[in-house]
Design a protein around this ligand. Structure first.
Ligand code: MG
Ligand code: MG
Length: 287
């Protein structure tokens, strides 16, 4: 690892370790989404993800994360108007909910961080449009992650796309460098101005995470001091991948292994294989 302007640039070997952590993280998300059915509790989803980490020899990056008090679970689970940082527990998922699952895995001291939002049972058209727009926004952002571009190019592309879909991006929470720590430099907001910010260099690893609100952009923190919700109670969604900047283009480190997980790799609209599919196709492919 070398450091340039306060940003850790990872070696090829370090990227391989992060990709190993990333594949485990993808499997943990997959395990959680497979139990995201009406009647399941958010703790059930967390337990499914935790089992994958345990069996894979990965450490959870979220448990114990410092805040008002240490984060108590392996995943954050955020339902409907809850945007991020929800604490898994007794809440029972109902038909029509949308649930965001975010997880972090550590292998050999390197962190991978990724998240997705899934529908529970039948979801409304607005919810489906929000999910599609948020995942598409992630891939729109990834397409800007080229050597020589600036972080502002990523931010501006995400904001422009999300607002073109009549939704809003969050302001208070951002994508971030990731690697030896879960949060490293640089910050990558989901809004900004093209051409501004930090120049992208090979070896940078960034957790890009569009957080999108169906209503107004304002958020509030719940009494539990972790859960962040939309201030107006409207639906929200989040998709995230950890991506390396390379001379060959953006390399997503948090995909499923297409050989190990061949049966599941094409579940969930291309998220796990790194290519967003057309929206018409998505509507019939809900988990
Ligand atoms: Mg995350
Ligand atoms: Mg993150």
């Amino acid at each position: 690892m070398t450091t340039h302007n306060g940003i850790n640039l990872k070696s090829r070997r370090e990227l391989e370790i992060m990709e190993e952590a990333g594949r485990i993280n993808a499997r943990a998300l997959l395990a959680a989404l497979k139990v995201a059915h009406p009647g399941a509790t958010t703790a059930d989803l967390d337990a499914a993800a935790e089992q994958v980490l345990r069996e894979s020899g990965a450490k959870p990056a979220f448990r114990g994360y410092p805040g008002a008090y240490p984060f108590p679970a392996v995943t954050t689970i955020s339902v409907n108007d809850e945007l991020v940082h929800g604490i898994p527990g007794k809440r029972i998922l109902r038909d029509g909910d949308i649930v965001s699952i975010d997880c972090g895995s550590i292998i050999e001291g390197y962190v991978a961080d990724s998240a997705l939002t899934v529908g529970v049972g039948e979801i409304s058209e607005v919810a489906q449009a929000l999910l599609s727009a948020t995942m598409d926004a992630l891939f729109v952002g990834i397409s800007q992650m080229k050597v020589g571009n600036k972080t502002g190019d990523i931010s501006a592309a995400i904001q422009e796309f999300v607002e073109s879909q009549q939704f809003n991006v969050v302001r208070e929470y951002t994508g971030h460098g990731v690697g030896r720590k879960m949060h490293e430099n640089p910050q990558v907001p989901n809004y900004g101005i093209a051409g501004r910010g930090v120049e992208l260099r090979p070896g940078m690893t960034i957790a890009l995470e569009p957080m999108v609100l169906a209503g107004a952009k304002e958020t509030r923190v719940a009494q539990d001091q972790w859960t962040v919700s939309s201030a107006d109670g409207e639906l929200t969604a989040q998709f995230e991948h950890t991506i390396a900047i390379t001379d060959a283009g953006p390399r997503i480190l948090t995909l499923l292994d297409p050989e190990l997980d061949a049966q599941d790799a094409f579940r969930y609209n291309g998220y796990f294989v790194g290519q967003a599919e057309p929206m018409e196709k998505k509507r019939s492919m809900q988990s």
